[in-house]
Design a binder for this molecule. Structure first.
Ligand code: SF4
Ligand code: SF4
Ligand code: SF4
Length: 449
């Protein structure tokens, strides 16, 4: 008797009628996406409808099998998903975020900070160096993400720690990489040179729309504008930095005001940076990240679901400047926040340890000791990496996106509010699949039909 097949539980079919039909499978992630040829659509829908199908020499059926849209009858797909979960969460990169300061030179309207003035002390810097020196051989590679406040206020600490850690990793023959999330105001030529020397390769800089909207949301601490200087600094990187291996992500935190300007904003960024493949665009809704200030602009915040409009626009009008980071959400495990990972830690400017960079002091899980040991509460760590997820497993067992989020799109919500049923990604995935199909000009399934 021949074999029988059934549709994978991780399939998503996006049928936009005359605007195309796309297939996606969250186990295979971005690489799975295919456009379906018009003549093959009815047959594909029938094969994927849930019925069992006997093997045959139908090329459409065989393309669906080869691309994992159909799997053998009784195939245990949950085992594959479980395996992904362990591979991802136990990955052996030491991935740390260091807050060089809690201070900032901006006063953004949605910022949750209470604007302290502290900068990371020499003592904490030395603890971080010792932590890496004594543990480097346990990991396959080391990554530091510089964060704040505004991390460039602590540029001296970035230089000092990087120099030592680069040397430690070189001697241990372990790759080292760095990244930074900055408001961009202090990204002067001199600071960029220091960062490149410190092996900072990935830069995320926020620009909230056209000058008027940005200057209204992202205000300098004296109340002044910031847009011109940030754009000037980005142009400086484009024109003066010869290193081809850096990447610059321009992040827009969307409020309702920014939606109407989206075409003009995207075209402006594309004109300025689209020809330089090191630049990309990343869009997020400005959210309530805590604190009191954001309450003043509560009416201007956009729900996540409204991002569908933004992705749709970008899918239909995409030019050279791509939205690569947004597409991570549909990579295999891509919507899972890295705070789920066992070897992922956030180190505050006081030397305390957390799992997420937006946590408050009451959510610390430990500290780095004087001699560079991670003194953490193992139970609290376990709650972040595996514990909170138990709630969601039952609720989300059959979700086709579960190999993308693995129930961990925001562990902070799950850990702090164990009864929360929030799902942050379900609303706009269809638009992301379309955006990915246009970005990568994917293959057509059933082209011979
Ligand atoms: S730049 Fe970042 S840290 Fe500074 S005020 Fe704005 S949101 Fe807050
Ligand atoms: S949290 Fe949302 S996207 Fe993730 S598995 Fe559950 S329902 Fe799916
Ligand atoms: S845990 Fe949630 S808030 Fe923290 S970094 Fe992850 S997604 Fe963001």
């Amino acid at each position: 008797m021949g074999r029988r097949f059934q549709a994978s539980m991780f399939n998503v079919v996006v049928d936009e009628q005359e605007n195309g039909m796309y297939l996606y499978n969250s186990y295979k992630g971005l690489d799975s996406i295919k456009e379906v040829a018009p003549a093959a659509r009815e047959k594909v829908k029938d094969y994927l409808s849930g019925r069992k199908v006997d093997e045959s020499d139908d090329p459409i059926l065989n393309e669906l099998i080869e691309n994992r849209f159909m799997v053998p009858e009784l195939y245990d797909e949950r085992a594959d998903r479980e395996q992904l979960f362990y591979e991802y969460t136990m990955e052996d990169t030491l991935d740390i975020t260091v807050h060089t300061t809690d201070a900032c030179n901006f006063r953004c309207k949605y910022c949750a900070l209470d604007f302290k003035t502290n900068v990371i002390s020499k003592d904490v810097q030395d603890r971080i160096i010792k932590l890496i020196a004594r543990n480097v051989n346990k990991y396959s590679r080391v990554h530091i993400d510089w964060f704040g406040g505004e991390p460039l206020i602590g540029i001296d600490a970035i230089e000092y720690i990087s120099e030592k850690v680069i040397d430690i990793c070189r001697k241990a023959k372990k790759p080292y990489t760095g990244s930074i999330t900055t408001n961009g105001y202090l990204l002067t030529k001199e600071n960029v040179e220091k960062l490149i020397k410190s092996r900072v390769a990935n830069y995320t800089i926020t620009v909230d729309g056209l000058k008027e909207t940005h200057d209204n949301q992202r205000i300098y601490m004296d109340g002044g504008p910031t847009w011109d200087r940030i754009i000037g600094n980005l142009e400086g990187i484009r024109d003066n930095v010869k290193n081809r291996y850096i990447s610059v992500v321009i992040r827009g935190n969307f409020t309702k005001e920014m939606l109407k300007d989206l075409p003009e904003f995207y075209n402006l960024l594309n004109d300025k940076f689209g020809k330089d493949p090191r630049f990309s665009f990343f869009v997020r809704p400005a959210g309530d990240w805590g604190g009191e200030r954001v309450k003043l602009i509560a009416d201007h915040l956009m729900p996540y679901s409204q991002m569908a409009e933004v992705y749709n626009y970008l899918a239909e009008n995409q030019k050279d400047l791509k939205c690569i980071i947004n597409l991570y959400n549909i990579h295999t495990c891509g919507a899972m926040c890295r705070s789920n990972k066992k070897n992922r830690y956030v180190i505050t400017s006081y030397g305390k340890v957390q799992k997420c960079e937006t946590c408050r002091p009451e959510h610390e899980i430990g500290e780095i000791s004087k001699d560079g040991r991670l003194d953490t509460d193992k139970h609290l760590e376990a709650v972040w990496t595996v514990g909170f997820r138990r709630n969601k497993r039952e609720q989300c067992d059959e979700c086709p996106l579960s190999c993308s989020c693995l129930w961990g799109n925001c562990p902070k919500i799950g850990v702090l509010n164990p009864k929360d049923k929030n799902c942050g990604y379900i609303t706009e995935y269809k638009e992301l699949i379309k955006l990915a199909a246009k970005t990568y000009d994917v293959e057509t399934l059933g082209a011979e039909a």
